[in-house]
Design a protein around this ligand. Structure first.
Ligand SMILES: NC(=O)c1ccc[n+]([C@@H]2O[C@H](COP(=O)([O-])OP(=O)(O)OC[C@H]3O[C@@H](n4cnc5c(N)ncnc54)[C@H](O)[C@@H]3O)[C@@H](O)[C@H]2O)c1
Ligand SMILES: [Zn+2]
Length: 367
């Protein structure tokens, strides 16, 4: 089975296609998307994906279908999301003779998707690109058109909105994903359940999926998480308001991730963020204790942390203070109101965050 979910935004329409062995059919997909054989095709990926054989699979499928295809591979990890790597890729595109009608394929996780998407958005003022996500987490990052790179002073500080020609999610590639990366991705699937799919959440509650469950179930999970994201980005392409709901767990999550010097995975940090934010919501009476406990249980059942490490709280608060969504006295958070229902709250105080943090930490001794 293959799932095809259309995305309609103001600036573009494209499909998110999810299924097994899609990389082996890349040539047919290029033809369906109207890419001409004389247009250049260029795959950007990372060394791990090359070692797993996914890059070769994709390149062979393109060349066999008559698309001469060049490849550039970057080292794995967030350090590659940099202007210097982007410059290296611009030069590789020039060396390969890529013109404005060429198509770039971002084959990898969120790092490759953000980096290659940024290169596609800016090379010769923008060329077409295809997202070919290979991590569970990148069901989130590959949809919505946000692309960018980091600066030494912070993550994602340079970027653009550039919608892909298509998102082709080959769930077969997930079979080589390390278990920890699978769990990081599950944090975003759980997040999408809390934001807008109570039935998805309930199914994870009944049957936790802490490791790769095989292609059929992976396709179902990716499709359901993707649908929640798509519904929101369709209504709000450029993050004016509604799109902010996708930040559930990310306000505290980003601060914790930074405080860990990125020792915590993104999904692990988001799990901790969802926990602390659920405590804020519960203390306000927005979220029932029952739903809060359901969330904690689902996160734990997926091997995700729910007790923040012993970081100095002052460090976390100092990072939160820099968040551009906040004013001096009132901080903006996305808070859960129930499983499947979240709301933006613009008047969270520093004291509420302090109290929620302590509450989350207190349970360390009782676990
Ligand atoms: N643009 C957005 O809207 C958005 C949203 C969320 C996150 N992000 C970004 O996404 C990035 C994180 O994405 P990620 O977690 O996918 O990280 P990643 O791309 O670094 O992938 C994680 C690791 O898994 C490896 N890997 C990827 N696919 C594999 C496979 N199929 N088999 C074996 N190994 C594989 C990679 O080489 C890497 O080491 C961050 O930079 C974050 O800022 C962007
Ligand atoms: Zn995220």
């Amino acid at each position: 089975m293959t799932s095809r979910i259309p995305v309609h935004t103001r600036s573009a329409q494209y499909d998110v296609v999810i299924g097994a062995k899609l990389l082996d059919q890349l040539g047919e997909h290029l033809a369906q998307l109207g890419v001409k054989q004389e247009s250049g095709v260029f795959i950007v990926s990372d060394e791990t994906l090359a070692a797993c054989g996914h890059v070769q699979r994709a390149q062979e499928a393109c060349t066999q279908a008559g698309y001469p295809t060049a490849v550039a591979v970057v080292p794995p990890g967030d350090e590659s999301k940099s202007l210097s790597t982007a410059e290296r890729l611009y030069n590789a595109l020039l060396d390969a003779g890529m013109r404005r009608d060429g198509v770039l394929i971002a084959l990898g996780g969120g790092v490759v998707g953000d980096l290659a998407g940024f290169v596609a958005a800016t090379y010769q003022r923008g060329i077409r690109f295809i997202q070919a996500p290979t991590t569970l987490l990148s069901h989130d990052s590959s949809i919505g058109g946000k692309v960018g790179v980091n600066l030494p002073r912070g993550k994602n500080l340079v970027g653009a909105f550039h919608q892909p020609l298509a998102v082709l999610f080959d769930v077969t590639a997930l079979s080589t994903l390390p278990d920890r990366e699978w769990r990081n991705g599950m944090a975003e699937v759980i997040k999408h359940g809390v934001i807008g799919d109570a039935a998805l959440f309930a199914s994870l509650e009944a049957n936790p999926v802490a490791v790769f469950p095989g292609e059929t179930q992976a396709e179902e999970l990716v499709a359901r998480g993707a649908k929640v994201k798509i519904q929101i980005v369709e209504q709000d392409e450029k993050e004016s308001n509604l799109r902010m709901l996708l930040n559930l767990g990310h306000t505290v999550g980003h601060a914790v991730e930074q405080a860990s010097s990125y020792g915590l995975g993104h999904g692990e940090a988001v799990a901790l963020g969802m926990r602390v934010e659920a405590e804020i919501a519960a203390a306000r009476g927005w979220l029932s204790q029952r739903d809060k406990n359901r969330l904690l249980q689902v996160l734990s059942a997926h091997g995700l942390p729910i007790v923040p490490p012993d970081y100095p709280l002052e460090d976390i608060l100092a990072i939160l203070e820099l968040d551009k969504k906040h004013t001096r006295s009132h901080w903006t958070f996305v808070l859960p109101q129930a499983i499947g229902d979240v709301a933006i709250c613009r008047d969270v105080t520093r004291d509420e965050v302090v109290s929620a943090w302590h509450h989350s930490r207190k349970e360390e001794s009782s676990q």
